[in-house]
Design a protein around this ligand. Structure first.
Ligand SMILES: C[S@@+](CC[C@H](N)C(=O)[O-])C[C@H]1O[C@@H](n2cnc3c(N)ncnc32)[C@H](O)[C@@H]1O
Length: 272
């Protein structure tokens, strides 16, 4: 009898803990304390998202490929894709770490104003084994990074906006960001989710973003420990926000930032 009571008590404790973990994840916080990066509504990122009495305004109308219940490798949710697409409407130069299926690049290119450009960097299938993951990188993230490096055709391939997109191939740790210094209005960090890569891609993105520009990261959640740790560390230095209802974290470089970064408004074209 005592054994049965003990077993039931243990089962109840395990189920309760699991329930608390799931509930906390849903609320984007830990069981006992908040995640280090504060949540904020998307209109805090850009007033263009501010609703009126009818809800979302036509200022956030975009060309959009929804995914609904369809699984998209490495993909953003519909809300995340919509936010990224809206940001393209007033951008000039956009840069993405991690192309995957090319969905974000395509939606950016479709929504950019005339003359806007997208540059996107990814590992080509033959390069996946050459990546420079380190011993402290989460093996699951390394496995995903390689598995997602399999595309040679992208969603934008053969479309009318392909000429707005510069596709770069190569390992992001080997990518020379110097010619891109201060050149981009929006940068999306969504390459390898392994800690050492998120740290390296982030350092580059922060040098490549123009004053007033936005850097966004995907997959901020304890389920992606490399992203979670790297961004929590960054949040001790920079004012990051987690966009409510998404796994997107954002940082806006102050427009008044007079840091002496050489600014190149014409990033290099062509393959890496
Ligand atoms: C999560 S997917 C990107 C999804 C894409 N940003 C989107 O919104 O559709 C990750 C991408 O990062 C690329 N990647 C992984 N490791 C990389 C590395 N070391 N250097 C460059 N790209 C890498 C993968 O090839 C894959 O295309």
């Amino acid at each position: 009898m005592t054994l049965i009571i003990l077993a039931l008590g243990l089962l109840l404790a395990v189920v309760t803990r699991q329930w608390l973990v799931l509930r906390a994840r849903e609320r984007q916080r830990g069981i006992l304390r908040r995640w280090p990066i504060p949540r904020a509504p998307v209109e805090q990122l850009d007033p263009v998202f501010r609703p009126d009495e009818l809800g979302a305004t036509l200022a956030v109308e975009v060309e959009f490929v929804g995914r609904g219940t369809i699984a998209v490798p490495g993909g953003t949710t519909d809300t995340e894709a919509w936010i990224l697409a809206v940001l393209a409407k007033r951008a000039r130069r956009m840069f993405e770490f991690g192309t995957c299926t090319g969905k974000t690049s395509y939606m950016w290119a479709r929504n950019l104003p005339e003359g806007g450009t997208v540059t996107t960097l990814t590992l080509a299938p033959g390069q996946a084994d050459a990546s420079r993951h380190t011993g402290e990188d989460d093996p699951e993230a390394v496995r995903y990074a390689k598995a997602e490096s399999r595309f040679t055709r992208f969603l934008y391939s053969g479309t009318g906006v392909e000429d707005r997109i510069t596709q770069l191939y190569g390992d992001s740790k080997a990518f020379d960001d110097a010619p891109h210094a201060g050149a981009h209005d929006v940068i999306f960090v969504d390459g390898s989710h392994a800690y050492s890569y998120v740290v390296s891609d982030t350092a580059k993105a922060l040098r490549m973003i123009c004053p007033g520009g936005l850097v966004l990261w995907h997959d901020y959640s304890p389920e992606c420990p490399g992203v979670f740790r790297a961004l929590n560390e960054l949040a001790t230095r920079l004012p990051l926000i987690l966009l409510q209802g998404t796994t997107l974290v954002a940082y806006r470089r102050p427009a008044s930032d007079l840091e002496s970064v050489p600014r190149n408004r014409q990033p290099p074209e062509g393959k890496q």
